[in-house]
Design a protein around this ligand. Structure first.
Ligand SMILES: *[C@@H]1O[C@H](CO)[C@@H](O)[C@H](O)[C@H]1NC(C)=O
Ligand SMILES: *[C@@H]1O[C@H](CO)[C@@H](O)[C@H](O)[C@H]1NC(C)=O
Ligand SMILES: *[C@@H]1O[C@H](CO)[C@@H](O)[C@H](O)[C@H]1NC(C)=O
Length: 473
């Protein structure tokens, strides 16, 4: 595989016949150049304000407000009263913000899971809230019901110029199938919502429904259906859905495939299979510019990811597969491509509890992939170590807004999974990475991937014509 780096050092000097070009001169030029590069990166401040400034200079003004660093100062409430005997038995450690988040009776629960009174309502958004994203708030569809599209992904349909959001429809009771089982909701199906503006979402119904009767069917309600992703196949004119299919104990570890003639379904379920013969749990799809679609899935008991291209009809994997991020125990992959480089956000593996996101980068989608660090900026330290109390699921490219994406994540609510929330935040690519990599002499190879925390934010107004944006960049 050809490894190509962003800031690559010149590997050859061209001397034309007329110049007196000796080996010594070449060596000294190289040394001089390396010294210059070294000085350059020593002088450029790497953190805090310095980096900020650098990032700002490179970007279009409309992106600046998305890059404001917004701090959070959440007070942890004092511990609740316990009986003196309980205190004696087990002295209690002070609560952390993560304990508060996981405690469904926490006094500050409303900070993580605000109630219906503060819901985002697109039909009642003529005040100051129009087009604003509020990570963690209840988000209503155009009929006034909370959106049910967890572990979701977005398809932009060029034919209808419409965004479709597919995700797990989880509007049922949360329970434990057995004592050691994870919190779960029976399969109801895959929910689909449509939008022109990525903010006002119309419910298109359940486009792939659970099987109620047939207990041997993959989609029987007692099983698991997670992280559905839909892509369009130009050649067959079919909408193809891939999803994680499992049994209640997560031992099946397979992918399921369904197809439809329409983005709004209904989808016909085709089959399930362990891709390349490997166990497969969290997964996603990525469609490259050349139309080749890749399946990326956590495998070998979530210890590594596998990546491989699909067949031309997008219905099967091919024989080609690579192991990536081996031994790193990552899940919830979300891929995107920026100026020819592939990026991926993943989470750690801690069940429904939140953990630290990492960004990874690669010149070739098949790898090698390098881990470039935690992309989260703002909030506070705990916010950044928990991906703002959420888990990655998808990254939405924004045509007409270069360097900018929407990071889509789920704030899981294990006590009541249907009441899990969506955390959408701006993701911006630019500036040097803040963690030097192992074998590159300290020169950053990849652009920094940054996800900025905001309590409230919006995309720059659409009134700005695309051409105008392109001119300014
Ligand atoms: C909108 O914002 C303005 C200024 O911040 C405020 O005075 C007004 O009450 C807000 N209106 C609504 C409907 O929230
Ligand atoms: C139940 O599902 C299995 C697996 O999909 C299928 O082979 C079988 O025909 C189904 N049975 C009925 C009665 O539909
Ligand atoms: C899941 O595990 C539990 C406990 O080990 C067991 O009782 C149950 O039969 C298993 N269910 C399936 C579908 O494998």
């Amino acid at each position: 595989m050809r490894i190509q780096h962003k800031c690559k050092k010149p590997t050859s000097f061209n001397c034309n016949a007329g110049s007196r070009c000796t080996a010594t001169a070449v060596v000294w030029s190289l040394v001089g150049f390396l010294l210059f590069l070294h000085l350059y990166y020593l002088i450029i401040p790497r953190d805090g304000v310095g980096r900020e400034l650098q990032v700002r200079m490179g970007h279009h003004p409309v992106i600046h407000e998305l890059e404001e660093v917004e701090e959070e100062n959440v007070q942890i409430p004092p511990p609740r009263k316990r009986s003196p005997r309980a205190v004696k038995r087990k002295p209690k450690k002070p609560n952390t913000l993560i304990d508060e988040f996981l405690d469904e009776n926490s006094q500050i629960r409303h900070l993580f899971f605000p109630d219906m009174k503060t819901a985002i309502d697109p039909m009642n958004g003529n005040g100051n809230d129009s087009f604003h994203y509020y990570p963690g708030k209840i988000w209503l569809d155009t009929e006034g019901n909370p959106i049910q599209a967890h572990g979701g992904g977005i398809l932009y349909d060029h034919k209808s110029r419409t965004y479709y959001w597919y995700g797990e429809y989880k509007d049922g009771p949360t329970y434990h199938a057995h004592k050691k089982g994870a919190a779960r909701v029976d399969i109801i199906g895959v929910g689909c919502y449509s939008s022109k503006d990525l903010w006002t979402w119309k419910n298109e119904g359940i486009v792939l429904a659970a099987e109620e009767q047939n207990e041997t069917h993959d989609l029987h309600k007692s099983n698991v259906l997670e992280r559905p992703k839909v892509i369009y196949n130009q050649k067959t004119a079919k909408y193809v859905m891939w999803m994680h299919i499992d049994d209640v104990n997560y031992t099946k570890a397979a992918v399921g495939i369904a197809i439809s003639d329409y983005p709004t379904g209904p989808f016909d379920y085709l089959y399930s299979k362990r891709p390349h013969g490997f166990d497969s749990r969290d997964m996603t799809l990525f469609k490259d510019d050349d139309g080749v679609v890749y399946l990326i899935y956590s495998s070998e008991d979530n210890s590594e990811l596998h990546i491989g291209p699909l067949t031309e009809d997008y219905l099967y994997v091919t024989d080609v597969v690579r192991s990536i991020l081996v031994g790193q125990h990552r899940e919830a992959p979300a891929l995107f491509k920026h100026q020819g480089t592939y990026y991926m956000i993943t989470s750690g593996c801690t069940g429904w509890a939140p953990n630290e996101a990492l960004a990874h980068a690669a010149e070739s989608i098949m790898g090698p992939w390098e881990t470039v660090g935690n992309p989260c900026i703002g909030g506070n330290k705990i916010f950044r170590l928990t991906t703002f109390f959420s888990q990655s699921t998808y990254v939405i490219p924004l045509p007409g807004l270069p360097d900018s994406y929407i990071f889509m994540a789920d704030r899981w609510n294990p006590a009541d999974l249907r009441n899990s929330r969506y955390v959408w935040l701006p993701l911006i690519v630019g500036g040097p990475v803040d963690r030097p990599l192992d074998y590159n002499f300290g020169f950053p190879l990849w652009s920094r991937v940054s996800i900025y925390w905001h309590r409230k934010w919006r995309l720059p107004p659409r009134a700005v014509p695309v051409n105008f944006l392109v001119l300014l960049v």
